[in-house]
Ligand binder design. Sequence first.
Ligand code: DGY
Length: 330
Amino acid sequence: MTKPTVYVTRRIPDEGLDLLRETCEVRVWEGSLPPAREVLLREVADAAGVLTMLSDRVDAAFFDAAPTLQVVSNYAVGFDNIDVPEATRRGIPVGNTPGVLTGTTADLAFALLMAAARRIVEGAQYVQSGAWKTWGPMTLLGQDVHGATLGIVGMGRIGQAMARRGRGFDMRVLYSGGQPDEQMEAEQVELDDLLRQSDFVSLHVPLTPKTRGLIGARELALMKPTAILINTARGPIVDSAALHDALANGTIAYAALDVTDPEPIPPDDPLLALDNCLIIPHLGSASHATRGKMARMAAENLLAGLRGERLPTCVNPGVYGDQARAACDD
Ligand code: DGY
């Protein structure tokens, strides 16, 4: 029996590839950059399944180029790179990787919070540059994390995990959107109140038409001048130009971003010239263990789709004729 052809758009951990290779003919794009659009469209021409990254645009043209496609499996919890209604119209199930990256992403969000509050990156640069001549009573003073107010925008899985970390550091936790888990001490407030009251604002909503530009000039102006914004969700949730102005004018104190708009951020982007903006390259889920689990989960979704079975985590259950909630709320 001929094995179905699967295209994997970047090298992922073996936990996923080995599983796929047991029953499929697997072609992996080995480039260090994503395949160019024309390459992607060419490569999917004979594929029964495609395992995509968040950097691949999966839209009508993609589906047109893949006439034998049975399933798309995204190697991410977010799926804003995929035109899901179009996939559903064509009867193609789409999978994602919720749950397995929750703690890892929240760890990184909290690491950014700590780094921003206690000026870790500036401290390291200070030492590396030879500026450290003596202990300084006024050197690189930062902000306390314990006792401060943490505002979580989007209390889905990752938002809840971030809230637990905040509570572990004796923070007061506010949130807007979603639900806290039962035992968590966290207060639900309107977004505007959260922005006014929080010392740290951490974003954990998915990118949708409703959340695009959610944090713009008006929202930034509501925040405290000492506030720190953390974004580990998606870049376009924040209006980059407005953020630049807010940081440059002292409307807020600092931003720590794991995600930007666009990605990667161009080297001449004005945000990179600010010393109160820390940017890292979308590392939220980037631990060895978690990327292995994501690879396995993405492979399992893909294999289920090829067998004609329901995907374990499907973002468009409408393909099965039901309206169950999509497997992503963060
Ligand atoms: C996701 O999964 O959506 C993250 O942004 C990358 O792991």
